[in-house]
Write a protein that binds this ligand. Structure first.
Ligand SMILES: *Cc1c(COP(=O)(O)O)cnc(C)c1O
Length: 391
């Protein structure tokens, strides 16, 4: 059939819309993408329930900042709400505003607080800022006074991380101010552990102690200290509410120990070329690798622009079931090359998908190979993948 498409820009989109290319929307996105990202929402719900069982009666909130660690807050948060979660944390007001559309009734807290000027938006959309210092406290009091409404919020104390929160020395003055600032309602007092992923670190009990010492000053507030790793430090760290993020998404909460949570993410790269090269052939940019002998290579259409770390040049892996296929040479922007010489003849062909994150090597393993952590691998996942959500 003669396919004549008018190339003028004004016409082109109309023509493209009219062509039936034979694909459903899902199939088209798979056929036109370099990688396939599968996100198991059922596994996230199971992880939520496993953490609830672990939390010794404390309530379990969910941290869905950074688009639920790159997995899509709009898809993830409603699943968590259906699993029983009623309190959500984001980092920024803009994330809270987007989340409010998906969660009309849940409690949403903003970890970084209301950026100056965003207080009114928080009040209107019922976002609760975490107040991290006096400026934020005064601004929130002012905004609630002007609006003439109550302003629920959280107070954070810096118990030993030097990142966010009121100094412990301010606790008395703050506790005395709150009843007189009657529009401010402090529902939650929180702090964050700096070393929770190192269970034997002495900062952990020191921070816990500082936190529990605040209890009498805020007798009606809910207290929260533990994120994912903190939950696994034991019951004395759970207080009233825990706030996991990473563990919900399958990241191991205690590095180096067996992961009690289930995997959530699978990333497969599409094979777009296979070739055989002879010994001595320079491979990829800078000829950073050279074939030691005849080699079978496969080019996958996933690169650092997709969040596949460039630091995996020469050391990352793709996987054919359990068989490791090493990345050779540099990771490019839109592609990478793997050595498939060890795969059975014909087992890796044009159009196939190979695992980059999957059963054989999860987000923590990839993070380790890349010299980073599973958190960064997740939050770097690119926008170009065909995304599939399993329910
Ligand atoms: C990101 C964050 C969390 C969640 O941490 P995870 O380690 O992902 O569970 C909890 N609390 C605060 C203050 C955070 O910044």
């Amino acid at each position: 059939m003669d396919c004549s498409i008018d190339p003028s820009p004004r016409r082109r989109s109309v023509v493209a819309d009219e062509i039936d290319d034979g694909y459903s929307d899902d199939a088209r996105s798979e056929a036109t993408c370099g990688g396939r990202l599968t996100i198991d929402l059922g596994a996230i719900a199971r992880n939520y329930r496993a953490l609830t069982a672990r939390a010794s009666g404390a309530r379990v909130a969910a941290v869905v900042k950074a688009d639920a660690y790159g997995l899509g807050a709009g898809r993830v948060a409603p699943v968590l709400a259906a699993a029983g979660c009623d309190t959500f944390f984001v980092a920024q007001v803009q994330e809270g505003l987007a989340l409010r559309r998906d969660l009309p009734t849940s409690r949403i807290l903003v970890l970084n607080g209301a950026a100056s000027g965003a207080e009114a938006a928080c009040l209107v959309h019922r976002l609760e800022p975490v107040l991290n210092g006096w400026e934020a406290f005064e601004a929130w009091s002012r905004a609630t006074r002007i609006a003439g409404c109550r302003g629920p919020c959280a107070i954070q104390f810096d118990t030993g991380m030097a990142r966010f929160g009121f100094a412990l020395a301010d606790a008395g003055r703050l506790a005395a101010r709150i009843p007189r600032t009657d529009q401010i309602t402090v529902g939650l007092v929180m702090s964050h552990l700096a070393c929770a992923d190192i269970p034997e670190h002495p900062a952990n009990p020191a921070q816990r102690q500082a936190m529990t010492a605040l209890r009498p000053l805020f007798p009606t507030a809910v207290f929260s200290l533990a994120a994912s790793s903190g939950i696994f430090l034991g019951q004395s760290y759970h207080l009233d509410l825990v706030r996991p993020g990473a563990a919900l998404y399958g990241v191991a909460p205690v590095p180096g120990e067996a992961n009690p949570l289930g995997p959530v993410v699978r990333l497969e790269g599409r094979v777009v070329q296979v070739r055989t090269v002879s010994g001595g052939t320079g491979i990829g940019y800078g000829h950073a690798a050279r074939a030691p002998g005849p080699m079978h290579l496969a080019t996958l259409a996933v690169g650092y622009a997709d969040g596949f770390p460039r630091s995996l040049s020469g050391r990352g892996s793709a996987w054919l079931h359990g068989l490791r296929l090493p990345v050779v040479g540099r990771v490019s922007m839109d592609s990478l090359v793997v050595d498939v010489s060890r795969a059975p003849e014909g087992a890796v062909a044009h159009g196939d998908f190979l695992d980059l994150i999957g059963p054989a090597n999860g987000v923590d393993g990839v993070g380790k190979e890349a010299g980073t952590i599973g958190y960064e691998v997740l939050t770097s996942l690119g926008r170009r993948y065909a995304r599939r959500y399993l329910v």
